[in-house]
Design a protein around this ligand. Sequence first.
Ligand code: ATP
Ligand code: MG
Length: 585
Amino acid sequence: MRFSDINKIQRPDLVTANLSDYADYYLNFDWDLANQCIDGLPQGGINIAYEAVDRHLLHGLGDKVAIRWLGKTGSQQEFTYRQLAEQTSRFASVLSSLGLHKGDRVFGLAGRTPALYIALLGSLKCGCVFSPLFSAFGPQPIRSRMELGDARVLVTTERLYRKKVMPWRKDLPGLEHVLLLDASADIPSGCTDMSQLMAVADPAFPVAATGPEDMALLHFTSGTTGTPKGAVHCHEAVIYHTLSGHFALDLHPEDIYWCTADPGWVTGTSYGIIAPLSIGLTMIIDEAEFDATHWYKVLEQQQVSVWYTAPTAIRMLMKAGDDLVGKYDLSNLRFMASVGEPLNPEAVLWGQRVFGQPFHDNWWQTETGGIMLANFAAETVKPGSMGRPLPGITAAIVTRNTQGLSFIDTHDEVGELALKSGWPSMFRTYLNAEARYNACFCDGWYLSGDLACRDEDGYYWFIGRSDDVIKTAGHLIGPFEVESILLQHPAVVEAAVIGKPDPVAGEVIKAFVALKDGFTADDVLRKALLGHARKHLGSAIAPKEIDFRNNLPKTRSGKIMRRLLKARELGLPEGDISTLESDEK
Ligand code: ATP
Ligand code: MG
């Protein structure tokens, strides 16, 4: 069976599908076949930008819309694959004329604007390494990442430059060029107007001769557990992005696809740029911030067929209520997926109720570069589970000791989630932190730092990050299980639990809870929630204390920072909070 045939296997009914119907996905998988999902450079080698853009011109997709950009103010702009090829070539020519070479680092700091996407792809075309930064970072996190990454070029806006880069620019002499996307007449010194350079740049650029192992992207982790790490990814990652885009997100060339993640995070690059473009579909970029009504309008007006989003957003949509979603015609939507945090079963079932289909949870990390586990298109969704390993991925539940790894083969036993090394989008190192990188591996396996268990059907269930797991009265408790029960209560929209040292139990569980509109944070509700948790979890693992908050501290990529709640509760130092976003008490 060829790879292209694997793609043609009929999409099953998600409810009635029998896993054995899809044995082909696993049985016929082999990496030599999988590699056929990309073309490779005509002269040999691999370049992500070539796969994502230029090759489509040879396959008759030149006039197809690659990107439809929806501006904050209601404007729209479209780029066909041919236009994207030309624009990215121009940007590669700009870099080349500035003297940049293969391996040089280009950073991006901007909102979701087309020029940022063009800069990313154009940098890769030129053989440079691109590192996307989230535009809401403060000056210090921007500086430390650019310093670590040896930035030679920064692509940004004038406002962001003045506010967040200018104050320390002189301390980073290696940063030779700052290209402004929207330069005013009064351009700051040391900056260049990018549109002027683009206007005179050569629209033809021979794609750099990059090989599979050449560094392409530098992605910083979310900083949920501590200081963000710079994960290095290579050009051959595109094989896996394309493949997993098919398997986990069910992407087809005829789809209209919307990934809501910002390219400042790995999801917004792997599945917000590379996978969808490599597959040759039309993708939506929405510049605006989250707003429930606006999001439903985008889904309806753009006739989105595949939607990839995150638990935080789903919970916000749930908060906005079922009536709102009922006002929109979302009949084009046929596949919805979620990543980034545990997706509570409640949210999966809500999807089923209001959209007529479940959210498909999937699991991966900045380090893995692509989706590893998924309730994927061809399999039955199990609400609350992260799904099964994608074809080509071998996962296991392990414990690590001085002798090496022990594999847990029994069902439902908790251990660390590990992946057998060797898939194409795997990170190659943490930049300038080789020892930290090496510590992630044992006996040829990558250890994720997340705890999970596997059920009898081979589905993996998230327990918690190893740092967040709570030990109380001899029980090992994952925060996810307790939080999911709290979320079942009609008053609760967000929940996070931590372990608090206790002289008798070792730790007791404390919960932090945010309420839906219309509910009052008082002792009556507190008692009701404690009772609800005790009823469903048993008194041993139910929270003993509950605090109400307006919202929970989250990283800018939308992950609840339990370590911060814990540090505050225990009066300990807060640690690295460079990625902290919302945090109202
Ligand atoms: P840092 O490594 O800096 O602490 P981070 O781990 O949050 O930050 P990311 O690489 O963005 O940075 O996130 C990966 C992590 O997100 C996973 O290790 C896991 O803990 C969590 N995660 C992602 N998807 C899921 C999911 N579907 N279910 C549960 N957890 C998930
Ligand atoms: Mg991590």
